[in-house]
Write a protein that binds this ligand. Sequence first.
Ligand code: AMP
Ligand code: GLY
Length: 424
Amino acid sequence: MKILVIGSGGREHALVWKISQSPLVEKIYCAPGNGGIEKQAQCINIKADDIKELKNFALKEKIDLTVVGPEIPLVKGIVDEFEKAGLKVFGPNKKAAQLEGSKIFAKDLMKKYGIPTAEFEVFDNFKKAVSYIKSKKLPIVVKADGLAAGKGVIICKTQDEAIKAVTEIMEDKIFADAGNKVVIEECLEGEEASILAFTDGENIKLLPSSQDHKRIYDDDKGPNTGGMGAYSPAPIVNENLLAFVEKNIIKRTIDGLKKEGIVYKGILYAGLMIKDNKPSVLEFNVRFGDPETQAILPRIETDIVPLILATIDGTLNNVEYKIKNESCVCVVLASGGYPDSYQKGKVIKGLDKIEDSQNTIVFHAGTKKSESGDILTDGGRVLGVSALGKNIREAINNVYTSVGFINFENMHYRKDIGQRALRK
Ligand code: AMP
Ligand code: GLY
């Protein structure tokens, strides 16, 4: 098979890495890819949201299967366009992708079908939003309805902060049309975890649980980032909780969508807040998480390609699916300054020292290859180093041993990835 993976982050490198192990695969392309993906795939210079060019490429190269990494092309309807052209593609269609593309769509669906989530109200009027804020207890959460590159959720400790957030979103339009409407909701407490599942619209195969670390500094200090590391499994997710999530969150969501005339196929990602063993949905994503995928895929024993094909064909119940009884920890190495401004073009040293290790994989995110063959930094999150171990403690030791070999100017990473899991 010829496979095209769309995207350029650590998540896409993990997908390419896992797909490349399949005996079903002859050739992998990645658009646009990065400096590390080049090792397993031919990188194609087409942007991840240029649906027309991607479709032309897939038709010209007779691609057998396209796997979409990021949310933007999914929300823009890449799956509908590819299917119309007779191309096989993995991910939800445009209507189903609203689950991530519109927070109001997701919240309304959860309310209608009894899926546990924070209490909320929706506003398209600034003044009404402000008077609602004044009537509610603090802290309170303000969310832009549409996609905002992970920045559209603001947790507000004071009324002034909440009013500032709705002013910026609805009046100043910092997220453009994504902020035409807002969700204002109750702030939940507890511990977060992510549950991802393959679903063909009917059957479900849960991926191993995981937890990411959103803040830039140790002990969850500093601003939010795209994610500074992740581990799998998340000890807070026990068997009972997992069964509850499958039945009352994942299944109810795909069944609810079906009642609305929408068949959901692809990865459904539920971001959960868990308190007293009870989960509530904070958000849905319609794709693999980044960096969760870098901690999840190394734990999947079976070939991922049959799983992807069965998801598309509606035969997910017929495929074999085995998870390794090992833990995995992924540590993100970022450019100093991220998530604000940072410099690019720094030479990354030490990669050769860990290339051959059995239990460690270096996934590239913001990297590129220079003309002389050096790997250079080219983004905020630069690398994701993932290591397996027989438990989280061993995986932490393995991952930080490998991280110690890598170096670039102003490199920043968290030293406490996975520590939370040891406190359980
Ligand atoms: P995002 O991935 O940008 O949608 O942001 C979601 C993050 O915002 C979650 O991972 C939580 O940390 C936080 N969050 C969202 N909704 C709530 C809520 N109702 N209560 C507390 N934290 C929330
Ligand atoms: N790590 C969170 C996400 O992928 O949205």
